[in-house]
Write a protein that binds this ligand. Structure first.
Ligand code: ADP
Ligand code: MG
Ligand code: MG
Length: 909
C-alpha cells in the first residue's frame, strides 16, 4: 500500500462482479467490506457500493471531521456516481432517488459499533419520487419512517441511554398501534405511516433541538462520521479492552445501494447458515420474512419462517404446529419461492467452498431478485466447532494441520461439563456476576456449610471462601459460589480439579452465616432457595435453570487422536484420587504430573491421625501417628498406580502449612483434646503456635520434611511399598517422588537422602526393586536461578507456576482478588497472571531454569504442574520452552492436547 498522502486510496469500490478490494484485506476494509469485495469478485450478486478504509477512521481521530471529509470527498463522490450508473438512479434526485445503506465494519465483528442506517437519501421530496417510480406508496412511506427512526437513533443520539428508558420512536409506534387497535407494523395504513414520519421528525426536534437533515449529502456525511465516532463509544472501548484489541485498528464504513425486501409479497429478507451453528450438522438452514427489511428477522416482532423445507418441518414439530398450518401460514422459502431458493442454495455452497468454512450469510429479495448482503465465517458452539472441523477434514476441504489449527482449545471446555439448556437461559434473571472459575452449569438449593451439602438433593455451596475442611462438601455440592478469592483460590482450583461448576470472588454477595442469608443488591436469599450458576460466564442466576449432560461425539475422539499425532509434549494430569486419575485417563492423560498428598488427609479418620502427628511434642509421638497414616496413604497410592496402568505418576510430598490441618472451632478442639488425652489448653496453644503471619512463605513444603524428616520417611515408604505391591499384581509402576518448595540445593539433597535411604531399606527387606526417580518442583525464584546446581541431584523438574507467579510478582494468591480485578480493569495488567502465564516475566525464570538445569543434565525431564498447564497460550509457551510434558486438571486435558499439537504445528511453519 502507498504511504504518501497524495496517492493513498481511501475508498474501495465493489459491485457488478468486480472490486478494488478482496477478502485478504480485512485489516484495511474491515471484515464486512473485505467480504463484500470478495463476493463481488466471485460473481455473487451484492448491491454495489464502496468501503471507506479503517485508516480513514484513524485519520478522523487525529484530524477531525472537516479535514477528513476534504480528504475523501472526491473519492466518495466518484464512487457514489458509479453506484448511480449501475443502479440507474441518482443520489439526491427528487424524481428517481438512489437510496443507500451505511454500515460499520471493523476487522472483527464487534458489539458496540454503530448500527446500520438503511434508506439513507430520503426526504419529503424523494419519498414522492419513490412513490412515482414504484407506484408503491406504502413501501415508500414505510422506508421513510424506518430511515428517520434509524438515523435519529444511531446518528442523532435518540437512542435511550439506559434499558429502563423507552425508545421515543417505539413509544410513538406503540401509542399509534393502541389507538388504531392493531398489533403488527404491517397493519399500518399509508396515512399511519405518514403520521409516523411527521411525529418522528417532531420528537427529533424536541429532543435534540435540531431539524432532521433533509439534504442527502448531509445525511451521508453525518452517518459516516457517526460510524467513526462509534469506534470511540463507551461500549466499543470496553469491548476492545476486554479482548485487547488496539484502538488504532479503527473501523471501516461501508456505503451501499439499498435493495428492498419490503416491496411486497415478492420481496423479503433473511439470514442463513451453511451448517448448523449449534450442533455442526451439515444442513443448510436459516430464517426469512416476506415483505420485511433489515433486522426485522432478528427483531422478533414477527415469527420468521424457515428457509429449507426440512428445517421448517423440524421447527413446526417443536412449535407444535400442524403440517397443514405450517404449509399455509409458515411455508419454507424452498416451498414458497423455489427458484430463489435454488439460487440461494447455490450461493451458500459456492461461499462455503470458497471460504472453506461454515458461512453465516444475510440476503434480501427485491421483487423476485436475490441479493447477498453479507457473509462471514459463522460463530459456533464448541460442539459445532469440533463437528464442522472434523467434517471438513473428512470432506477433504482442509488438511489435518489446518483442522487442528482451527480449533479454539478453550472452547472444548463447553463440551466437557453439564450445560444449561440454551432456551432456558433466555429468560434467566441474573442477580450478580463473579469470576467464571470453573465452567459448567449448576442448579441447586443454597447451603452455607459444607457439612450440609447433602441437605437437599441438589445443593449449591455458598461460602465467603472455602478451606480444605470443606472438601467433602464441595464434592457433594452441584456447584460452588464464593464471595472472595480469585481464579486460583482454593474453591476455584479444587472445583476445576473436580470438574465442578464454580463461581468465585463475587464481591457483591453479602453472606451472613448466622442468619443463613445471602444478600445481593438488597435482595435476600435463604438456605434452601434455588439458584443457578453459569461457571462459563460467571453469571449467578435466580431460581432453577434446566441443564443437560454433554455428550462426547465420535468427532471429539477423532480430534483427540489427531492431536496426539502432531504433539511433541506429553499431557499429564493433576489428580489426587483414583477417580480423578480415571477421568483424566479417559480424556487421554499420559501420566500424572501432580498428586497432592495432603488432600488425602482430610477424611474423617485420617485427619485425626494427622492432628495427632502435628500435636505430638516428640519424634516418638510423631512416628506413632505417622504409623497410623502409613497404611491409608499406601492404599491411596496403590489405587492411583492401578488406575494409571504403567503410566508415570509424580507424587508431591506434604506441602501445605500444618495450620491448615488443626481444628479452629472450640467444639472440635475439645473433641481432639479428649481423643488425645491432653488438655484443651494444650490443643489451643499448639493451634496458636502454628499460626503464621505469612503462611504461604512459612513453615511448609520441604521445610516440613527438613524439620520433620519422619514425615518424608513415612510418605516415601507409602509410595515405594504401594509401588511394589502393585507391581506384584503385574502392573508396571513408575513413581516419581517430588520435593516441593526447594530454594537451596541442600534442601533438596537432605530430602533426597531420606527418600533414597528409605527406599533402599525397603528394597533390601523385600528383596525386590523398582525404578523410581526423585525430583523437585521449581516454584521459588531462587530455585530457577540455581537450577544448574539443583539438576546435579534432581532427576526431574516440575515448574509449579502458581507459587512461582505468586513469588515472582510478590502477589499473595489468596489476597490478590482485592487488587487484581482493578489492575485488569485499569489495564495495569493485561491478564490475570495466575490464569495465563506471564511469559514476559515469570516465563524468563521458566526458560532460565530449564536451560540451566539441562546444562548440567542434558536429558533432564522438565514439566509444568501449575494451573497454567491447561491454558492454551501457556501450553504453547511450555512447548517452546522445550518441556517434556504439561500437567493440568483432568477436565483440561483435552484442551492441553489440542494446544500442544497446535504449538508443534506452528513451530514447523
Ligand atoms: P450487522 O453488522 O449488525 O449485521 P449490517 O450492516 O449487516 O449490520 O446490517 C444489518 C441489516 O441491514 C442486514 O442484515 C440487512 O438486512 C440490512 N441491510 C444492510 N445493507 C443493506 C442494503 N444495502 N440493502 C438492504 N438491506 C441492507
Ligand atoms: Mg450483518
Ligand atoms: Mg506450590
Amino acid at each position: 500500500m502507498e504511504t504518501t498522502t497524495e496517492i493513498k486510496t481511501r475508498v474501495y469500490r465493489f459491485g457488478n462482479k468486480k472490486a478494488d478490494g478482496k477478502s485478504a484485506m480485512k485489516n484495511l476494509l474491515g471484515g464486512k467490506g473485505a467480504n463484500l469485495a470478495e463476493m463481488s469478485r466471485i460473481g455473487i450478486p451484492v448491491p454495489p457500493g464502496f468501503t471507506i478504509t479503517t485508516e480513514v477512521c484513524t485519520e478522523y481521530n487525529e484530524l477531525g471531521r472537516k479535514k477528513v471529509i476534504s480528504l475523501i470527498k472526491s473519492e466518495v463522490e466518484k464512487a457514489v456516481q458509479e453506484i448511480e450508473e449501475t443502479m440507474g438512479a441518482k443520489f439526491g434526485d427528487d424524481d428517481d432517488p438512489l437510496l443507500l445503506s451505511v454500515r460499520s465494519g471493523a476487522r472483527v465483528s464487534m458489539p458496540g459499533m454503530m448500527d446500520t442506517v438503511l434508506n439513507l437519501g430520503l426526504n419529503d421530496d424523494a419519498v414522492e419520487g419513490i412513490v412515482k417510480k414504484t407506484g408503491n406508496e406504502r413501501f415508500a412511506w414505510d422506508s421513510y419512517r424506518r430511515f428517520i427512526q434509524m438515523y435519529g437513533g444511531v446518528v442523532m443520539g435518540m437512542k435511550p441511554e439506559s434499558k429502563e428508558d423507552e425508545d421515543p420512536f417505539e413509544e410513538i409506534i406503540d401509542n399509534l398501534k393502541e389507538k388504531r387497535h392493531i398489533k403488527l407494523d404491517t397493519d399500518f395504513t399509508i396515512q399511519d405511516l405518514q403520521d409516523l414520519v411527521y411525529d418522528f421528525k417532531d420528537v427529533v426536534k424536541k429532543k435534540t433541538g435540531k431539524n432532521f437533515p433533509t439534504d442527502p449529502w448531509d445525511q451521508l456525511w453525518g452517518a459516516v462520521m457517526a460510524v467513526f465516532d462509534s469506534w470511540n463509544g463507551k461500549r466499543a472501548q470496553y469491548y476492545r479492552k476486554i479482548h485487547s484489541y488496539p484502538a488504532d485498528w479503527g473501523t471501516a464504513v461501508n456505503v451501499q445501494a439499498m435493495v428492498f425486501g419490503n416491496m411486497g409479497l415478492d420481496s423479503g429478507t433473511g439470514v442463513c447458515f451453511t451448517r448448523d451453528a449449534g450442533t455442526g450438522e451439515n444442513v443448510f438452514n436459516g430464517e426469512y420474512l416476506i415483505n420485511a427489511q433489515g433486522e426485522d428477522v432478528v427483531a422478533g416482532v414477527r415469527t420468521p419462517q424457515q428457509i429449507t423445507r426440512l428445517g421448517s418441518e423440524r421447527w413446526a414439530k417443536l412449535a407444535q404446529i400442524s403440517e397443514e398450518d405450517r404449509k399455509t401460514d409458515y411455508p419454507s422459502l424452498e416451498e414458497l419461492m423455489p427458484e430463489i431458493y435454488q439460487e440461494l442454495d447455490g450461493y451458500q455452497k459456492t461461499l462455503e467452498d470458497h471460504y472453506r468454512d461454515m458461512q453465516d450469510m444475510e440476503f434480501t429479495i427485491q421483487q423476485g431478485k436475490l441479493w447477498i448482503l453479507q457473509t462471514r465465517n459463522g460463530k459456533r458452539t464448541g460442539a459445532a466447532m469440533v463437528k464442522i472441523t472434523m467434517d471438513l477434514l473428512e470432506e477433504g476441504v482442509i488438511d489435518e494441520k489446518e483442522a487442528l489449527l482451527r480449533i479454539d482449545p478453550a472452547k472444548l471446555d463447553e463440551l466437557l461439563h453439564p450445560v444449561f439448556d440454551p432456551n432456558a437461559l433466555l429468560d434467566a434473571e441474573i442477580i450478580a456476576q463473579g469470576l467464571p472459575a470453573s465452567p459448567g452449569a449448576a442448579t441447586g438449593q443454597i447451603v452455607f456449610f459444607a457439612e450440609e451439602a447433602k441437605k437437599y438433593k441438589n445443593t449449591i455451596l455458598v461460602r465467603t471462601e472455602t478451606s480444605p475442611e470443606d472438601l467433602e462438601g464441595m464434592d457433594l455440592a452441584r456447584g460452588i459460589l464464593t464471595a472472595r478469592g480469585g481464579m486460583t483460590s482454593h474453591a476455584a482450583v479444587v472445583a476445576r480439579g473436580m470438574g465442578k461448576c464454580c463461581i468465585s470472588g463475587a464481591g457483591a454477595l453479602k453472606i451472613n452465616y448466622k442468619k443463613r442469608t445471602l444478600t445481593v443488591d438488597g435482595k435476600e436469599f435463604h438456605d434452601g432457595d434455588w439458584i443457578s450458576l453459569n461457571g462459563s460466564t460467571g453469571n449467578i442466576i435466580e431460581g432453577k435453570v434446566a441443564t443437560r449432560q454433554p455428550e462426547l461425539s465420535g468427532e471429539f475422539g477423532e480430534l483427540m487422536d489427531l492431536s496426539d499425532k502432531y504433539t511433541r509434549m506429553k499431557v499429564r494430569t493433576n489428580a489426587d484420587t483414583p477417580k480423578d486419575a480415571l477421568v483424566a485417563r479417559n480424556f487421554g492423560a499420559q501420566g500424572i504430573g501432580l498428586t497432592r498428598t495432603e488432600h488425602m488427609f482430610f477424611e474423617v479418620d485420617r485427619i485425626k491421625a494427622m492432628r495427632e502427628m502435628i500435636l505430638a511434642t516428640t519424634v516418638k509421638g510423631r512416628k506413632h501417628a505417622l504409623r497410623e497414616l502409613l497404611p491409608m496413604q499406601r492404599s491411596d497410592f496403590e489405587g492411583i498406580f492401578e488406575a494409571m496402568q504403567g503410566l508415570p505418576v509424580t507424587i508431591r510430598l506434604l506441602d501445605p502449612p500444618l495450620h491448615e490441618f488443626v481444628p479452629h472451632q472450640l467444639a472440635t478442639q475439645k473433641e481432639l483434646a479428649e481423643d488425645l488425652h491432653i488438655s484443651l489448653d494444650a490443643v489451643k496453644s499448639k493451634v496458636a503456635a502454628l499460626e503464621e503471619f505469612n503462611p504461604m512463605l512459612g513453615h511448609r513444603g520441604c521445610r516440613l520434611g527438613n524439620t520433620y524428616p519422619e514425615i518424608t520417611e513415612m510418605q516415601t515408604r507409602a509410595i515405594i511399598e504401594a509401588a511394589l505391591n502393585v507391581k506384584e499384581k503385574g502392573i508396571d509402576v513408575h513413581p516419581e517422588i517430588m520435593v516441593p518448595l526447594v530454594g537451596t540445593v541442600n534442601e533438596f539433597v537432605e530430602q533426597e537422602k531420606v527418600i533414597r535411604e528409605t527406599a533402599e531399606a525397603i528394597f533390601a527387606r523385600r528383596k525386590t526393586k523398582i525404578n523410581y526417580s526423585v525430583g523437585t518442583m521449581i516454584e521459588i525464584p531462587r530455585a530457577a536461578l540455581m537450577a544448574d546446581k539443583i539438576a546435579e541431584h534432581a532427576d526431574f523438574f516440575s515448574f509449579g507456576t502458581n507459587d512461582l507467579t505468586q513469588m515472582t510478582y510478590g502477589y499473595s494468591r489468596d489476597d490478590a482478588s482485592k487488587f487484581l480485578p482493578i489492575y485488569l480493569e485499569k489495564g495495569i495488567l493485561k491478564e490475570d497472571p495466575f490464569e495465563v502465564m506471564d511469559q514476559e516475566g515469570v516465563g524468563q525464570l521458566v526458560l532460565m531454569g530449564t536451560e540451566r538445569g539441562r546444562k548440567s543434565k542434558p536429558h533432564l525431564k522438565v514439566g509444568i504442574c501449575g494451573e497454567h498447564g491447561g491454558e492454551p497460550s501457556s501450553v504453547e509457551f511450555c512447548h517452546r520452552a522445550g518441556m517434556n510434558y504439561v500437567s493440568c486438571s483432568p477436565f483440561r486435558v483435552p484442551i492441553a492436547r489440542v494446544a500442544a499439537a497446535q504449538a508443534a504445528i506452528m513451530e514447523e511453519k
